[in-house]
Design a binder for this molecule. Structure first.
Ligand SMILES: N[C@@H](CCC(=O)N[C@@H](CS)C(=O)NCC(=O)O)C(=O)O
Length: 201
């Protein structure tokens, strides 16, 4: 499997997942400005969506969208317990993956876009903070998003919370989130993924 990534982008979540799953994979860095790979390939030819992550499977199939790639990686290593297998626990996991994707990750996106009017930044950050308050409330009662067990939803949440500092926000504003962030960051798979992407905290 080949994971196309940009250092520190949302592709860090599937990168962590592949390490947590103990799956063999290779990494291909995509340049944000040029959209070319390290081997000077046009990334749009690989993934017409133009953004990361993209996972190219052994049979050449292309898989995109963070929550979907995370579910695929979980399916590759069912014994690793990275997501609940079925029933209501599975639905809760999908609920958090979707919340992180649509309410947290995509609340960040316009804040990073150079074309976003400056006047949007303050209300945009306030909106993001309201969504993080939902997580804070939950993590006040639970060690992980799914309760007592780590899941790939935590890896995704960690990935997006790393961006708070870029938005004049600090994860320390949310004490339970900070505790969760530190917990996830200390996992060997997470430390290895951060180091491999050249991200020193
Ligand atoms: N819906 C996509 C969003 C992916 C996304 O936002 N990727 C960002 C990095 S975090 C990106 O590559 N941005 C560059 C661009 O949109 O051109 C997913 O879940 O994978």
């Amino acid at each position: 499997m080949k994971l196309y990534y940009m250092p520190g982008a949302c592709s860090l979540a599937p990168h962590i997942a592949l390490r947590e799953a103990g799956q063999p994979f290779s990494l291909v860095e995509v340049d944000y400005q040029t959209r070319r790979t390290a081997a000077d390939q046009d990334y749009l030819e690989i993934n017409p969506k133009g953004y990361v992550p993209a996972l190219v499977l052994e049979d050449g199939e292309l898989l995109t969208e963070v929550p979907v790639i995370l579910q695929f990686v979980d399916g590759q290593a069912p014994d690793a317990g990275l997501l609940p297998a079925s029933g209501m626990p599975r639905l809760r996991a999908l609920e958090w993956l979707n919340f992180t994707a649509t309410e947290i990750h995509k609340s960040f996106s316009p804040l990073f876009r150079p074309t976003t009017p400056t006047a949007f930044l303050k209300p945009g950050r306030e909106h993001l903070s309201r969504r993080l308050a939902v997580i804070e409330h939950h993590l006040n009662e639970h060690r992980y998003l799914l309760g007592s067990d780590f899941s790939l939803a935590d890896a995704y949440l960690f990935t997006v919370c790393r961006w708070l500092g870029d938005q004049d926000l600090s994860v320390a504003n949310w004490p339970a989130l900070q505790r969760h962030f530190d917990d996830i960051r200390s996992r060997p798979a997470v430390r290895d993924a951060l180091a491999r992407e050249g991200l020193t905290e």
